[in-house]
Design a protein around this ligand. Structure first.
Ligand code: FAD
Length: 326
């Protein structure tokens, strides 16, 4: 049966109405590029001359984006701790960026940890990412005699000795794998803020809604401080999946599917990875998130591409924030 001209006109009007409603719900660009986005970058300390050169080139490409800070990871096991200090020294001496040193307390005495903080300060480092660290293999991670037991204890220890340091801590939108429950995990985060932390950086995640729900739960629990989403651009999907399993990050089914067959097609893989990270950041920005922390894995391209899509552009030397002005 064919519809009457009146019915056809009504159907056409309905389509127009639905389209208008849909467009209003999700305007394009979904997150208009806007000022006020802050970014920070995480590096790991290089172990070889080749990886040192890779970090130098990473820094050369990312420093012009005027990050709020860059951070350098610290090996809880002890193997790379000197390299962290060397990297912090080099970044402090050769760049103008605010540098943050990660620091773990598991398996170390308070005296040792306090001495590392003092050394960071002597290098001009004014930001610490204070962590408990993963329990070394074969141990339950209990504090050594005279050690800080949790990240909250570590924060309190640093804060008692240095009122002026900016302290960031870790947060887990999808719950720390060893936490008793989501509520216990949130309580652990609250304790870190109560002990004097200034902000939190999250574990990486791919389920963006999980972060937004976590943020809401944190606000409901009375946490008012900044919680910066940790963004992991995917350089190597197999490694990311392995690492996700260890740290409790949920890998959505679409993710391995998206990268399937791209192992030997680097160009396409990188374009896909940048798109995934950019979509994630745009969705977060749509919900009011303005700060992003990138796990760069010492590879600048994907973070730089994502920053560009977020509207972050290179800033001239003189106009950048500097460690001295922080
Ligand atoms: C932004 C960020 C940066 C990081 N940088 C580093 C780094 O540089 N070096 C490094 O080694 N690691 C790093 N990590 C990993 C981190 O050290 C581990 O996730 C560690 O297991 C917990 O550290 P925390 O500071 O969150 O600990 P806490 O705040 O003390 O604990 C976090 C949660 O885990 C639970 N939990 C932790 N361990 C146990 C346990 N053994 N038994 C029961 N519950 C437990 C706590 O109850 C709590 O719910 C980082 C993580 C993040 C998110």
């Amino acid at each position: 049966m064919t519809s009457s001209p009146l019915e056809q006109a009504e159907q056409a009007e309905e389509i127009v109405d639905n389209t208008a409603a849909r467009l209003a719900r999700r305007p394009w660009p979904a997150t208009p590029i806007r000022p006020g986005i802050d970014v920070s970058f995480e590096f790991f300390p290089p172990a070889t001359a080749a990886s040192e050169a890779a970090l130098t080139s990473c820094v050369d490409q990312l420093e012009p984006l005027d990050p709020t800070f860059v951070s350098v990871t610290y090996g809880a096991g002890g193997s790379s701790q000197d390299r962290t200090i060397d990297t912090l020294r080099s970044l402090s001496e050769t760049t103008q960026m605010n540098v943050a040193g990660h620091l773990t307390c598991v398996g170390a005495t308070k005296n040792h940890v306090d001495a590392v903080v003092d050394e960071y300060r002597s290098l001009g480092v004014r930001r610490i990412v204070a962590l408990r660290g993963d329990a070394p293999a074969g141990t339950d991670g209990s504090a050594v005699a005279g050690g800080y037991a949790t990240a909250a204890d570590l924060v309190a220890g640093i804060r008692a000795r240095h009122g002026d340091l900016d302290i960031a801590v870790a947060a887990y939108p999808e719950v720390h794998p060893k936490a008793e429950s989501a509520a216990a995990d949130l309580d652990a985060l609250k304790k870190k803020f109560d002990a004097g932390a200034d902000r939190a950086i999250t574990q990486f995640f791919f389920d963006t809604d999980a972060f937004l729900r976590f943020l809401e739960a944190a606000r409901s629990a009375g946490i008012t401080q900044q919680i910066i989403p940790g963004i992991m651009p995917i350089t190597n999907v197999a490694n990311v999946i392995k690492f996700s399993q260890r740290c409790g990050t949920v890998v959505p089914a679409w993710l391995p599917d998206l990268f399937d067959g791209l192992d030997d097609i680097a160009d396409v893989r990188h374009l896909v990875a940048a798109t995934v990270a950019a979509e994630q950041c745009r969705r977060l920005a749509e919900h009011g998130v303005t700060s992003f922390h990138f796990y760069t894995m010492n590879r600048p391209e994907l973070s730089a591409a994502t920053c560009r899509i977020l509207g972050v552009r290179p800033v001239s030397d003189g106009a950048r924030r500097t460690a001295a002005s922080a």
